[in-house]
Design a protein around this ligand. Structure first.
Ligand SMILES: Cc1cc2nc3c(=O)[nH]c(=O)nc-3n(C[C@H](O)[C@H](O)[C@H](O)COP(=O)(O)O)c2cc1C
Length: 214
């Protein structure tokens, strides 16, 4: 692939939230997952699991679980959240149900390569999560790299997708709905389908705001 082809691919990828009513063949879904799983991962731990969901009942259960959690979280607010707010929240949380396939992304255990340093850190009282924070969250970064690979592969094939995290508020419930072990951490949903619209241009930060050099 030529550099300009890759630039075009990366620069034209956008989040897509409405899809045409057309299925995606399983072999294409599997190809996307293989490309996602070829991403770099800290200590090559490949700390990810993917699940393809087409069952609308399951997807609706995820929306309900997320809405339930949002209602629970906002129940103590005074004044209570408006009907209008809750309707817009439901809309923002449920668009993925109409996608022909939604990929659930989970983070699994991270294997650190240096048992000497790991035992020293643990002896200082750091638990797994605190140790990952100390190392700059390599587990989460690895899953992010896999998701970006997935998004680019989907885009290269002419599909659209949206990286969706908001449902993670109901993470534990989602593990149960999808029958995933509770020690896998639910990270994201990636609805995929043929785009049903062209997204508006997005506002970008000035280059000098995000880049500097010595
Ligand atoms: C980690 C992450 C979480 C996101 N979560 C959501 C989400 O829950 N719902 C949503 O509609 N978009 C979500 N997005 C998509 C962003 O809103 C989108 O990437 C951003 O606005 C830039 O637009 P673009 O993807 O079209 O370039 C998420 C993106 C990232 C990277």
């Amino acid at each position: 692939m030529k550099m300009h082809e890759f630039s075009t691919l990366a620069l034209t990828r956008r989040s897509i939230r409405k899809y045409q009513d057309q299925d995606i063949p399983l072999r294409e879904i599997e190809e996307f997952i293989k490309i996602a799983a070829s991403a770099p991962s800290g200590c090559n731990s490949q700390c990810w699991k993917f699940i393809a969901i087409k069952d609308k009942m399951i997807l609706n259960q995820i929306v309900e679980a997320a809405m339930e959690k949002i209602l629970e979280m906002t129940s103590t607010l005074k004044p209570e959240p408006s009907e209008e707010y809750l309707i817009s929240k439901h809309k923002a949380l449920s668009f993925f149900v109409k996608a022909p396939v939604v990929i659930g992304v989970f983070m699994t255990g991270y294997q650190y390569y240096d048992p000497v340093l790991e035992s020293a850190i643990k002896a200082q009282g750091f638990r797994d999560e605190a140790m990952m924070k100390l190392f700059g969250h390599p587990d989460i970064l690895s899953v992010g790299a896999a998701v970006e690979n997935l998004l680019l592969a989907v885009h290269a094939k002419g599909y659209g997708a949206c990286w969706m995290n908001e449902a993670a508020i109901a993470g534990v419930a989602i593990n149960k709905i999808l029958k995933m072990p509770l020690d896998y951490e639910f990270m994201s949903l990636i609805p995929i389908g043929i785009p049903a619209y062209t997204p508006r241009e997005k506002k970008m930060k000035e280059f000098k705001e995000i880049f500097s050099r010595y």
